[in-house]
Design a protein around this ligand. Structure first.
Ligand code: PEP
Ligand code: MG
Length: 581
């Protein structure tokens, strides 16, 4: 009888292969004291383990193929940075000294402390970095406890050819090594869709499912299993009929994706000749490499806060200018939308954040609120953005606006900086467009007022959905309520698009919804003409646009707005998708 287990689908595609369980186990750590005369030896033991971990990660970094289409080395670098951060390289040594405990126990205490700090954070990205810290500490613990069953590293030998890995958890470094050895898909017992591991799987186009509790118990080594990365289902002991069904699905999936490649150099143009702009979201200047292959119309969202992460100091004006300039020059004349700092729980600002808003940081001093309160943080960034605007087309975008005064304040500060730059004979674009993210319901409801004072709007659906539906976007317990198709969300989106149209300014969307092919036709019908998304999604969305007759999608989308609840709206959307396929 077929065995089927459901988890969270984090990377699409079908894989059929043999299961390979990765039995690494979690290092168990017990409280252990050490005599005072062993103190130095214990500290040395920890330092040596950190050195070994460093060497391992450096080796893995070298294994990353040059052709890999994303900033994978950045993921490994994150682990290297964490490994060498004083929080892991120094603090546990202090604990060993003060508590006369083993290196393992000191690491465990330090990990517990760090995890609790991450758990308190509000920012989705930073919160998921908790997994990275756990991965790094586990790497050191495995070395200390001799559980260091390293993954296969043999050159040229594909030990895992056609294997589907089943593991309790996998780090980004594991994924690099395992794929090197022939892994075709993976299943993990823990993890979530925002983890680096999941992001990496999508970039590498490896079908992946996470969150199948006790997955290793259900599947046997070497038995044939099927991964349905669209539905998040793993199947074993299937009949020939089921296997044939999935083989066919896999062929169709591969054919579809290879057929998309021919769209790379084509514009996004609907069948009724309406041009649509497809922009990419980016986080680091290195992300530009991934865009070489996919022709995009610009960067619709550069999340500048990533320049501030994984470090103890803040990037100064010069460093920021160089980073922005790199992106502008890589885009060769195409517009780059730099979002001003959207920090909420970043390390250097954490104390300030907690002091101001101890209970609900999502509603607290973050993004533009924080920048307006801290000119020392904001002004260098604005100067850097303005200076970068002299090197190519730059648009500046303000996150999390909730009232129009915030726009006036920013424009006022910008005017002062422009006067200062002029007096210093420093070049900038006098007419650099300034836009705002509409991601707070108050801004959406009065977007017609915001549109009067901004050069463009960009809908941040990730936050707009969170705030409209009053659900924490990273809280697993309320995940089920997070629905882009909720009537209130759709009505607000329509309203923002209309507000931009009436004011004669462009409206983009840069939240995840913009890159979800299920919503492309609906959004076209609602009037959206600028989408910004992770680069991997662009060709699929372009394909849908190029096969759409927008004049037919308009009435169909308006019908969706009449639906009473999210499920009903979703059904309508699915009907539209099937009908106009
Ligand atoms: C959004 O909220 O939709 C958005 C794009 O911003 P972020 O995900 O960075 O908060
Ligand atoms: Mg946001």
């Amino acid at each position: 009888m077929t065995l089927a287990k459901k988890g969270i689908a984090v990377s699409r595609g079908i894989a059929i292969g043999r299961a390979h369980k990765l039995e690494r186990g979690q290092p168990e750590v017990a409280e252990t004291c050490i005599p005072r005369d062993r103190l130095d030896d214990e500290i040395d033991r920890l330092r040596r383990a950190i050195d070994v971990a460093n060497t391992q990660l450096q080796q893995i970094r070298k294994k990353i193929p040059g052709s890999t289409p994303t900033d994978i080395s950045g993921f490994i670098d994150t682990h290297l940075l964490m490994l060498n951060d004083s929080a892991l390289s120094e603090a546990p040594i202090q604990i060993i000294r003060s508590q006369l405990c083993s290196a393992e126990w000191a690491l465990k205490l330090q990990l517990d402390m760090l995890v609790s700090v991450f758990d308190e954070m509000d920012d989705a990205y930073l919160k998921t970095r908790r997994d990275d810290v756990i991965h790094v500490v586990n790497r050191i613990l495995r070395i200390l406890t001799n559980m260091d069953e390293e993954l296969p590293l043999h050159e040229g030998v594909q030990l895992l050819q056609n294997k589907i890995i089943i593991a309790d958890d996998l780090t980004p470094a594991d994924i690099v090594l395992l794929q090197h050895q022939g892994m075709i898909a993976f299943v993990t017992e823990s993890g979530g869709p925002l983890s680096h591991t999941a992001i990496l799987a999508r970039s590498l186009k490896l079908p992946a499912i996470v969150g199948i509790h006790h997955a290793k118990r259900y599947f046997q080594n070497d038995e044939e299993i099927i991964i349905d990365g669209d539905q998040g289902i793993v199947l074993a002991k299937t009949s020939d009929v089921i296997k044939e069904y999935y083989s066919e699905k896999q062929r169709a999936f591969r054919l579809y994706y290879s057929s998309l490649n021919k769209l790379k150099n084509k514009p996004a143009l609907s069948m009724d000749n309406i041009a649509v702009h497809l922009h990419a979201n980016a986080e680091l200047p290195e992300d530009m490499q991934a865009l070489h292959d996919t022709k995009v119309d610009g960067i619709g969202l550069f999340r500048s806060e990533y320049l501030f992460m994984n470090r103890d100091d803040l990037p100064d004006e010069e460093e920021q200018f160089n980073a922005y300039q790199d992106i502008v020059s890589a885009m060769k004349g195409k517009p780059v939308t730099i979002r001003t700092l959207d920090l909420g729980a970043d390390k250097p600002l954490q104390n300030l954040q907690q002091a101001e808003c101890p209970t609900n940081p999502a509603l607290g001093l973050r993004a533009i609120r924080l920048c307006l309160k801290d000119p020392g943080l904001f002004i260098p960034q604005l100067r850097a953005i303005l200076r970068a605007s002299a090197t190519g087309p730059v648009r500046m975008m303000i996150p999390m606006l909730s009232n129009t005064q915030e726009i006036f304040q920013v424009i006022n500060i910008l005017d002062n900086i422009k006067a200062e730059l002029s007096s210093q004979n420093i070049e900038f674009d006098q007419n650099m467009p300034v836009g705002g993210m509409i991601e707070v319901p108050a801004a959406a409801i009065s977007s017609h007022l915001f549109a009067r004072h901004l050069d463009f709007l960009s809908i941040g659906t990730n936050d707009l959905i969170q705030y409209t539906l009053a659900i924490d976007r990273i809280d697993e317990d309320v995940n089920y309520l997070y629905k882009p198709s909720h009537p209130s969300v759709l009505i607000l989106i329509k309203q923002i698009i209309e507000a931009g149209k009436n004011a004669g300014i462009p409206v983009a969307m840069c939240g995840e919804m913009a890159g979800d092919p299920d919503y492309t036709r609906l959004l076209l019908g609602l009037g959206l003409r600028e989408f910004s998304m992770q680069p991997n999604a662009i060709l699929e969305v372009k394909n849908i646009i190029n096969h759409s007759l927008i004049k037919k999608l308009v009435p169909a989308s308006h019908e969706v707005l009449q639906c009473e609840h999210a499920e009903d709206a979703l059904k309508h959307i699915q009907v539209i998708n099937a009908q106009y396929h």
